[in-house]
Design a protein around this ligand. Structure first.
Ligand SMILES: O=C(O)C1=C[C@@H](OP(=O)(O)O)[C@@H](O)[C@H](O)C1
Ligand SMILES: C=C(OP(=O)(O)O)C(=O)O
Length: 447
């Protein structure tokens, strides 16, 4: 059932789309919400049915890990059924937990494991093994748990969970929903009040879903614009069915493609519109994009809508650093949009991009430079020169570095470029967006 590490690369040569993109599509389920649904349902008492779950490799890793910890997880067609174990009742895994390419799975699960009195070993693929875990091991160790990592706080790591976890009180030094979530999840099996202060608000799917499973979560605004989140443990979660909305981060790729391929018009139905995720949409509108929300509604406790996108003449934009958490995974594809815009763009405060599946700051620069776009980095800002009619875009090879978002961004670039764009490996797209290439072909992309 577990699909395995990508043994061979899947290169792709992408030529400019010869027809406008058109049609109505749905993108796969939200990755952040899918991980949380599986984890919380496994910690709940009773049976939860999840519909719309992202069946991407990252989320399948979470399902496999929760099974190894004793949850019963099956699926019948598109319905995923989880029989939870209850907080405090996870069993010790018999083998190493392999979180594949997924930072979210590794960080959130570390939180859960730290407050369960079991010992486990966690690893991941070469990309995940290069990503920093210190951001979770330092705060989590406050509860009495112990982490033994490879040099530089990298995976593989052993986690000796605390038998009597104390609650953690922590102010986030970086804007990270993964770190916030790890601490809150640890708090479910700690005695007393867990508190996390975030100077800038980050995606709040953990808080929303904890409430959905019956855990009271207190959220207070703090003066600088951030939030203080608290909950009291030990907490009991009650099974509750979950409907996962379409992933706004995945929708970014067909959206930018439709904006850039002349005369396109597409509709993407059922996209999640949580305001802590929609920074890209605001930015694209500032650039002149026709991006309309239709049928806005609430589904499964999250705002959802259909997006209508029309090919648009874009102009350069200056994106403030405080917008970064609401569009953190969208910068590579935004950079592609900026390369085709009229005038230059400045994307500010991108330091967190250095610790994603790849160093996305340098990799995005390399993607553009290889294809004839002028771009530079100043401190943590990326400055992209817009379209220069004397200089063709494309003709280069993109190194995707085990990073799904770079692979999809390179494909979008190729669909609008003057010369073909060669992508070294598209296999990692399956981590977050299985079926991406055929979905784009359904719109006319001709990949
Ligand atoms: O909590 C989450 O589900 C995520 C948080 C973000 O990471 P950080 O917490 O590292 O910013 C984001 O990049 C990732 O794709 C998903
Ligand atoms: C950063 C990402 O995911 P993760 O941290 O879960 O690997 C992403 O999907 O762009």
């Amino acid at each position: 059932m577990q699909r395995h590490h990508h043994a061979s690369a899947a290169p792709l040569s992408v030529s400019r789309s010869s027809v406008p993109l058109s049609g109505t599509i749905a993108v796969p389920g939200d990755k952040s919400i899918s991980h949380r649904a599986l984890m919380l349902a496994s910690l709940a008492e009773g049976r939860t049915t999840i519909t719309g779950l992202l069946e991407g490799e990252d989320v399948l890793r979470t399902a496999q890990a929760m099974r190894a910890l004793g949850a019963k997880i099956t699926h019948e067609g598109e319905k995923w059924i989880v029989e939870g174990r209850g907080v405090g009742a996870l069993s010790e895994p018999e083998d190493v937990l392999d979180m594949g390419n997924s930072g979210t799975a590794a960080r959130l699960l570390s939180g859960i494991l730290s407050s369960h009195g079991i010992t486990s070993i966690m690893t991941g693929d070469a990309s995940l093994r290069s990503r920093p875990m210190r951001r979770v091991t330092v705060p989590l160790a406050e509860n009495g748990s112990c982490f033994v990592t490879r040099k530089g706080e990298r995976l593989p790591m052993a986690i000796v969970g605390s038998r009597q976890a104390t609650p953690i009180s922590y102010r986030l030094p970086v804007a990270s929903a993964q770190v916030k979530s790890a601490i809150l999840l640890a708090g479910l099996n700690a005695q007393g009040e867990t508190r996390v202060e975030e100077p800038v608000a980050t995606r709040d799917h953990t808080e929303n879903m904890l409430r959905h499973f019956g855990v009271p979560v207190q959220i207070d605004k703090i003066p600088e614009g951030g939030r203080l989140i608290s909950l009291t443990g030990p907490a009991a979660l009650k099974a509750h069915d979950v409907v996962v909305p379409g992933d706004p981060s995945s929708s970014a790729f067909p959206i930018v493609a439709a904006l850039l391929v002349p005369n396109s018009e597409i509709v993407i139905v059922g996209v999640g519109l949580n305001v802590l995720r929609t920074g890209l949409f605001a930015t694209l509108r500032e650039m002149g994009a026709v991006l309309l929300v239709e049928n806005e509604r609430i589904e499964g406790g999250e705002p959802v809508g259909d997006l209508r996108v029309k090919a648009s003449a874009l102009h350069g934009v200056d994106v403030p650093p405080e917008r970064a958490p609401s569009m953190i995974d969208e910068y590579p594809v935004l950079a592609v949009a900026c390369a085709f815009a009229n005038g230059s763009s400045r994307l500010r405060g991108l330091e967190e991009l250095r610790v994603k599946e790849s160093d996305r700051l340098s990799a995005t620069v390399a993607l553009l430079v290889a294809n004839g776009v002028s771009v530079r980095v100043e401190d943590d800002d990326m400055i992209i020169d817009g379209r220069d009619s004397n200089k063709p875009i494309g003709g280069g090879t993109v190194e995707t570095k085990m990073d799904h978002r770079l692979a999809m961004s390179a494909i979008v670039l190729g669909l609008a470029a003057d010369l073909p764009v060669h992508v070294d490996d598209t296999a990692f797209i399956d981590t977050s967006f299985p079926g991406f290439v055929s979905l784009m072909n359904g719109l006319g992309a001709g990949l």
